[in-house]
Design a protein around this ligand. Structure first.
Ligand SMILES: NC(=O)c1ccc[n+]([C@@H]2O[C@H](COP(=O)([O-])OP(=O)(O)OC[C@H]3O[C@@H](n4cnc5c(N)ncnc54)[C@H](O)[C@@H]3O)[C@@H](O)[C@H]2O)c1
Length: 281
């Protein structure tokens, strides 16, 4: 059986937990060599140890340019290439009503989410342009696609990530480098537990909460659901996919709901039920 990432070298920021950890596992299982970068050192070291020879951990704060450059340098040192850069590190960031958010907290949110993603794209692009190929994957969110899905700073930062994805894709395509992003709705990770319940560790509770609210009834989104999307974007199977924002959200952003809408006459599939052909008027 051919492995989908056989021989590829990938960097994943925020790889110590949640989506980054699940993606690292999937990438390693599919033949990639993965470097995890994160500020959570002990956790990252234990993830790398669990994943075996295919994974190594490096301490990296994505807001620090020298550390991002060094992380990517470590990956390139493996066999002279960088095939996949996943800019995944994230925080919930500043919360609260718009008229109460402190400027420094708003800016800190942007530092991690937007500047961190920018730095990852920048230093990956240097190598990928030169080698004429590579896949950059950024973590956006449904909060970066529609309004009302997250705190203000987070939503603004995730919209910025979608924009940065499209713009850098438009530039890097001529070098054979693809840039895409993934926009998940809430998935079961410490970040989602913190965002929705105020407790990083409440994973069982967040699973129940997400399952109850999911458009796909009873089905919570998982880190593995997002990892599967990342695997597609990292692999050659997505070779003609560029500048795309791939929602992994059970249809939330298209208005899908598990419960029957109250205004059935205004919802096309309900209004048209049992009718065929053209309408008379
Ligand atoms: N879980 C969700 O519901 C959800 C939904 C949409 C988007 N996302 C996005 O997915 C990405 C991963 O989130 P997750 O849910 O796996 O969260 P998580 O908290 O499990 O993992 C995030 C990781 O990022 C690391 N990190 C934070 N700041 C960092 C920094 N400055 N430098 C390096 N690493 C840093 C954390 O230490 C952590 O290990 C984030 O960008 C998040 O915004 C998550």
């Amino acid at each position: 059986m051919t492995l989908r990432l056989d021989g590829k070298v990938a960097v994943i920021t925020g790889g110590s937990s949640g989506i980054g950890e699940a993606t690292a596992q999937m990438f390693v299982e599919q033949g990639a060599q993965v470097i995890l970068g994160d500020i959570q050192e002990d956790l990252g070291e234990s993830v790398a140890e669990r994943l075996g020879e295919g994974a190594t951990f490096a301490l990296c704060d994505v807001t620090q340019e020298d550390q991002v450059a060094e992380l990517i340098g470590e990956a390139i040192a493996i066999n002279g290439r960088l095939d996949v850069m996943m800019n995944n590190a994230g925080i919930v960031g500043a919360r609260g009503p718009i008229d109460e958010i402190e400027l420094d907290q708003f800016q800190k949110t942007f530092d991690v989410l937007v500047s961190g993603t920018f730095l990852g794209i920048k230093h990956a692009a240097k190598k990928m342009k030169q080698q004429e190929g590579g896949s950059i994957i950024n973590l956006a969110s449904t909060a970066g696609v529609n309004g009302g899905f997250g705190p203000h700073a987070y939503a603004a930062a995730k919209h910025a990530i979608v924009g940065l994805t499209k713009n850098s894709a438009a530039e890097l395509c001529r070098y054979g480098v693809r840039v895409n992003c993934i926009a998940p709705s809430g998935v079961v990770t410490p970040l989602a537990a913190q965002a929705h319940l105020g407790d990083f560790q409440a994973l069982d509770k967040i699973r129940d909460t997400l399952a109850q609210n999911s458009p796909l009834k009873g089905r919570a989104g998982t880190a593995e659901d997002v990892a599967n999307a990342a695997l597609f974007l990292a692999s050659d199977e997505s070779g003609y996919t560029n500048g795309h924002c791939l929602t992994v959200d059970a249809g939330f952003t298209t208005g899908s709901k598990a419960t029957e809408p109250a205004h059935t006459t205004s919802v096309p599939f309900m209004r048209e039920a049992g009718k065929t052909g053209l309408t008379d008027t």
